[in-house]
Design a binder for this molecule. Structure first.
Ligand code: ATP
Length: 317
């Protein structure tokens, strides 16, 4: 008996993001808020693998697999189907996701998987699309998807989907505190932000010159001071214990601390890999219940990798 070789899959590696700055403007008629943000891709990665298949399907592996839908609601599956539709491809894929980006943590893990699926399917189907051609397809799928294709550090405007480059040289070292409890649903956090602000909204959101000039020189202390998130008060209002987490990291010497996106993940900026280890150990000893990850940024957006072995356990749909 001859064993037919299983067709090789195509794997994309895609990072999570934090927001170095998130200025929230007024709610638009389409329900989204106008924002000005500085996205920063950090080295916490999901891997999205696609295989040619008779049927559409998705499997999720890794520590957060139980929190992710393994059916048509999965953003990677929606992205693959949407790409097939707009490029008139009739093929289908089985998708396998190794999920290491926290779910509902403000790190845009679902958008990351959508970006990974676009890049992997584009290669599997040999579509010959450039990154620029994938961006409008990505923005149809979600506000953060274009950035997860782009990676690095970039300004986002509109609902976050319109990108412009940011000049940033060198690396930033981060310690991420990830809540051990359930995450925060993004619409709930925006609604709480509106409730807390009442009529005091920012009419025309813009990123601050202070952050952009700190990034140009990669002055860690100046970046730390310039971190800003207009959703932070809303996240703190919904999870008051986050205040203790932020304070614990600052007491332990972080150069800056900010809730990432809609939270509840908290990002602490430090000056070196050694300082990142010290802060991780200090946070773990001091208490606030949660998972602690270290990551460097900026890193590239979704890109193909040649070999990858997924972790277990998995969920299949
Ligand atoms: P954002 O910062 O973009 O608002 P988030 O990081 O807070 O998002 P995600 O991890 O993207 O949150 O998850 C948001 C919701 O999307 C979750 O409720 C999750 O169940 C759902 N979801 C659908 N597909 C995926 C996927 N592939 N990975 C993660 N979550 C997914």
């Amino acid at each position: 008996m001859s064993l037919a070789a299983e067709p090789r899959g195509v794997t994309a590696r895609v990072p999570g993001k934090i927001n170095l700055e998130l200025v929230v403007g007024p709610r638009r008629e389409d329900g989204y808020h106008e924002v000005a943000t500085v996205f920063h891709a950090v080295g916490v990665y999901d891997h999205v693998t696609v295989h040619a298949s008779e049927e559409w399907s998705v499997q999720v592996h890794g520590p957060y697999a139980d929190l992710v839908p393994a059916d048509g609601a999965n953003l990677a599956l929606r992205a693959a189907r949407h790409l097939a539709k707009v490029t008139r491809v009739r093929d289908r894929v089985a998708i396998s996701i190794d999920k290491q980006i926290p779910v509902a943590g403000g790190m845009a893990g679902g958008s990351a998987d959508a970006a990974g699926a676009l890049v992997a399917c584009e290669a599997l189907w040999g579509l010959g699309l450039t990154r620029e051609e994938l961006i409008p397809i990505a923005s149809h799928l979600g506000s953060d998807v274009p950035f997860l294709l782009h990676g690095g550090t970039a300004m986002g405007s509109g609902r976050g989907e319109r990108l412009a480059p940011v000049l940033a040289r060198g690396e930033l070292h981060w310690v991420l505190w990830v809540s051990a409890d359930e995450g925060l649903a993004t619409p709930l956090v925006y609604a709480e932000c509106d409730r807390l602000r009442g009529s005091r909204t920012v009419a025309h959101p813009e990123p601050s010159g202070r952050l952009l000039s700190a990034l140009r020189t990669m002055d860690t202390e100046a970046v730390g001071v310039a971190l800003r998130n207009d959703l932070q008060d809303a996240a703190l209002s919904l999870i008051p214990d986050l205040r203790d987490v932020l304070q614990a990291g600052l007491d332990l010497g972080a150069d800056g601390a900010v809730v990432s996106g809609s939270g509840p993940t908290v990002a602490f900026l430090v000056g070196s890999p050694a300082a990142a280890i010290d802060l991780s150990v200090g946070l773990a000893a001091r208490g606030p219940q949660g998972e602690i990850k270290r990551a460097v940024g900026p890193v590239p957006g979704a890109h193909l990798v040649s070999s990858f072995t997924p972790s277990d356990p998995s969920r299949t749909g």
